[in-house]
Design a protein around this ligand. Structure first.
Ligand SMILES: *Cc1c(COP(=O)(O)O)cnc(C)c1O
Length: 421
């Protein structure tokens, strides 16, 4: 009998060859986009399982379709595991991804037109935090707060408080996609209490690092709602979770279904449960510590080589390099040069970037994926050195080819979980 892989190869050779091409791409270079990771083989198996066949509209014990013996069990397990890891009252594991997760959370607790506070996109906030190009940007009246260049890019809470006192937001959102520091959640909560606002932390990038107790947990500062994706530092399938205090359980659950979504993707819910089970193991705490140690080592290597990093370094898993000031090239040129040497990163706007989003000033680098492959500080130093060389001479094709060989030789010693070499 042919294996599922053999069947795909025989029946759809085009898709099969794209699949094997992507496997080779992922294994032969290194992924340094901070929002990406290499998931567990067990997650891949669960994602590709018969749970994808099942309609499970509703919640465990209250579904609109029969045959829910096993789907109820996996959704209950996912919720219990997440509740233990994040120390919270309730978790909804059905959001299909991060953007619908945030839409469901806002729509559960706000009315269209309400005033909401969120971090400005160019300062590290996410599209769903009120960027004018997102639907959420139109649906609510956003106050966009910024980071303070005078204090190494920390948030100026006096300015934030003043704006909150003037405009009285219904909710203060904190969280980021491109901000290389951990948050102190307490000042957000204090200001929210002062103006009677709800608090939502979107920890999409760092959900795994919070679960692994490497970074601060917003629930410890009394936050009302915390959202996270499951596919970034959490190492699970693509998806989202909304976690909340008991008083918001009903509103959140109704907002996800039937408010925003139809049937949950039960293969994804099952795979989320698998990843959360992994996150409960002591090994995961060590992984999270190594992600941070690797980020510090990479930042040090880049700084020692004369690069400029936004906020001067990193206290989490990512860093933003100002390529214009460091090398006199924009982020697109830098992204391409690193692509040429099999290091994948992404171009990135820096705070109040004078350059447009498709040719921004920076690139964003992160260590969760490389750490999953077992790379440690010495590999980060080596990779930092290769990056510096490539970025100093982005047009030197023979030089880039030589660097690519070195990166690929390094990667060969660190297999990607789930990819047969
Ligand atoms: C990645 C991210 C999201 C959105 O996740 P998608 O799964 O891409 O929709 C939301 N918020 C933050 C802060 C993120 O980093």
């Amino acid at each position: 009998m042919l294996s599922p892989r053999d069947l795909l190869e025989r029946n759809d050779p085009d898709i099969f060859s794209a699949l094997t091409g992507e496997e080779t791409r992922q294994a032969s270079g290194v992924e340094m986009i901070p929002s990406e990771n290499y998931t567990y083989p067990e997650v891949l198996t669960t994602l590709g399982s018969v749970f994808t066949n099942k309609y499970s509209e509703g919640y465990p014990g209250r579904r609109y379709y029969g045959g829910q013996e096993f789907t109820d069990a996996i959704e209950r397990l996912a919720r219990e595991r997440a509740k233990q890891l994040f120390r919270c009252d309730h978790v909804n594991v059905q959001p299909l991804s991060g953007a619908p997760m945030n839409a469901a959370a806002y729509l559960a607790l706000l009315h269209p037109g309400d005033t909401v506070m969120g971090m400005d996109l160019s300062h590290g906030g996410h599209l769903t935090h009120g960027a004018p190009v997102s639907h959420m940007g139109h649906l609510f009246d956003w106050i966009r707060y910024k980071t303070d260049p005078e204090s190494e890019g920390r948030i100026d809470f006096d300015v934030l408080r003043q704006a909150a006192l003037e405009r009285r937001p219904k909710m203060i959102v904190c969280g980021y996609s491109s901000y290389p520091r951990d948050y102190d959640y307490r000042p957000f909560k204090d200001i929210a209490d002062e103006v009677g606002a709800l608090t939502l932390a979107d920890v999409s990038h760092i959900g795994g690092l919070i679960a692994g107790e490497a970074l601060a947990n917003p629930f410890d500062a009394g936050f009302d709602v915390v959202t996270t994706t499951t596919h970034k530092s959490m190492r699970g399938p693509r998806g989202g979770m909304i976690m909340c205090r008991e008083e918001f359980r009903k509103a959140i659950d109704q907002s996800v279904f039937p408010g925003l979504q139809g049937g949950p993707h039960m293969n994804q819910v099952a795979a989320t449960a698998v990843a959360l089970g992994k996150a409960q193991q002591p090994e995961f705490k060590r992984y999270c510590q190594q992600v941070l140690a690797n980020a510090r080592a990479l930042a040090r290597a880049l700084l020692d080589g004369g690069a400029e990093l936004v906020t001067g370094g990193t206290a989490n898993h990512m860093m933003v390099m100002d390529c214009v000031r460091s090398f006199g090239i924009n982020g697109r040129v830098a992204e391409n040069a690193l692509d040429e040497i099999a290091i994948t990163c992404n171009k990135q706007v820096i705070p109040d970037d004078p350059n447009p989003p498709l040719r921004p000033s920076g690139v964003r680098l992160g260590t969760p994926a490389a750490t999953t492959r077992g790379m440690a500080e010495s590999e980060m130093e080596a990779l930092g050195g290769f990056m510096l060389e490539a970025l100093r001479k982005p047009d030197d094709e023979p030089g880039l080819r030589k660097l690519k060989d070195e990166v690929q030789a390094l990667c060969a010693a660190f297999p990607v979980p789930g990819i047969r070499s």
